[in-house]
Write a protein that binds this ligand. Structure first.
Ligand SMILES: COc1cc(/C=C/C(=O)SCCNC(=O)CCNC(=O)[C@H](O)C(C)(C)COP(=O)(O)OP(=O)(O)OC[C@H]2O[C@@H](n3cnc4c(N)ncnc43)[C@H](O)[C@@H]2OP(=O)(O)O)ccc1O
Ligand SMILES: O=C(O)CCC(=O)C(=O)O
Ligand SMILES: [Fe+2]
Length: 362
């Protein structure tokens, strides 16, 4: 019989957040029911009967080895406009790199709470490395069933000296191996806006910084009462997401059934791509940053690894001049990107509300 440490549930914040045990600590303890701090209101819980639009609806799956470049580019731009999400297969990132970064995620989470707590915001040796749980615990009415280290890429030197040893090499390799596909996607998406020349300034605006999160969703005692990640859109330009074979990511349908949620089925070796708020703003709303969420799972642990491709903190984001040249009116005002991200990080997940920060009201 495993020894179960007794903690007073009122002290969960201390145990999970401050001591660095995370929700994994609760799951490892073998708790049989969900602490009240994780119970979400009925309307945010996942109801498989009414929420899943059915197995016949799927986000596009795009084969990057398609010989017909024009057809492939059209599929990508259409997916960015109509779905905001798509899966890429044959993208050129080796399967081994993907498997290695998933294994490294597990390795990080096998560290003791004391070792992981070295990377909590208060203790971290670098502002580029932050280990956390939920999203913004101090602003949330109900916590999310997820732990993660978030690693901001500044330089090889910073990475090699500051990122946690348990996952550093694999996370960096995944980021570097994805560089080609990211660059290619950015080029294709700009072509779809009739922008054919990506100079240094534009490249920096579109993909000047990268952040990688190693998300860990432990097996949950009452998955029906909580969420892995609540409804949100990413604040990135675009996000490249690796998920394992467990499943649980759902995307808001933009078509007639806007109330419906579409499951993103795991495909071995595939990368899930989604448009973030920054690109919705830069494209003046042509490309869509779509709401998504993740369920908790009662049977399995799950990992997912997003690379957030972003502008630089000091960049001003606003609809690109090329979007306005035909007389289109800007739908978004000029915003300092770090202000936008700080606004995102100040509140709990709230669907598509962040973009209101930049919207021009008519
Ligand atoms: C879905 O669940 C998530 C998602 C995420 C991340 C999602 C993304 O889309 S990440 C893309 C974010 N963009 C960038 O990283 C771009 C470049 N970086 C910046 O613009 C800046 O570094 C900054 C992120 C704005 C931080 O600015 P800085 O001037 O250094 O100020 P800080 O004091 O460090 O932070 C401001 C404020 O934000 C909070 N915060 C910062 N980074 C994170 C983080 N990685 N995770 C959580 N919260 C963060 C920070 O706590 C500050 O708030 P205070 O109240 O302490 O002032 C991530 C996690 C998920 O669960
Ligand atoms: O775990 C997933 O599948 C998605 C996670 C996510 O949406 C995020 O980290 O922004
Ligand atoms: Fe996300």
């Amino acid at each position: 019989m495993p020894k179960i440490p007794i903690i007073y549930l009122e002290n969960i914040n201390e145990y999970v957040l401050n001591q660095g045990h995370g929700v994994k600590g609760l799951a490892d303890m073998g708790i049989k029911s969900l602490p009240r701090q994780y119970i979400h209101p009925q309307e945010e819980r996942f109801n498989t009967i009414s929420d899943d639009g059915g197995e016949d609806r799927s986000i596009p799956i795009i084969d990057m080895s398609n010989d017909d470049d024009h057809a492939m580019e059209t599929l990508i731009c259409n997916a960015a406009e109509k779905w905001g999400f798509f899966q890429l297969i044959n993208h050129g990132v080796p399967l081994k790199v993907l498997e290695d970064v998933k294994a490294a995620t597990y390795r990080f989470f096998e560290l003791s709470a004391q070792e992981k707590s070295m990377y909590l915001k208060e203790n971290s040796p670098s502002s580029c490395v932050r280990y956390g749980t939920s999203f913004v615990p101090e602003a949330e009415m109900a916590l999310e069933w997820k732990d993660y280290p978030s690693l901001f890429f500044v330089s090889d030197e910073e990475t090699l000296s500051r990122w946690p040893l348990a996952c550093r090499a694999e996370a960096l390799e995944y980021m570097k191996s994805s560089e080609n596909v990211i660059r290619n996607l950015v080029k294709i998406l700009m072509k779809g806006l009739n922008i054919h020349d990506i100079d240094e300034k534009k490249e920096s605006l579109l993909m000047g910084t990268k952040r990688i999160n190693l998300n860990y969703y432990p097996k949950c005692p009452n998955p029906e009462l909580t969420v892995g990640v609540g409804r949100h859109s990413d604040v990135s330009t675009l996000t490249v997401l690796l998920q394992d074979d467990v499943g649980g990511l759902y995307v808001r349908g933009l078509d007639a059934g806007a109330e419906s949620w579409i499951h993103v089925p795991p495909i071995k070796g595939a990368l899930v791509i989604n448009i973030g708020d920054a690109l919705q703003i830069l494209s003046n709303g042509k490309y869509k940053s779509v709401e998504h969420r993740v369920t908790a799972n009662g049977r399995n642990n799950r990992v997912s690894i997003p690379i957030f491709v972003n502008p630089r903190p000091n960049d001003i984001i606003a609809p690109l001049q090329e979007m306005m040249d035909g007389g289109e009116k800007p739908k978004y005002r000029e915003v300092l990107y770090s202000d936008y991200v700080k606004y995102f990080f100040k509140k709990a997940h709230d669907g598509k509300a962040t973009i209101e920060f930049a919207k021009i009201s008519n």
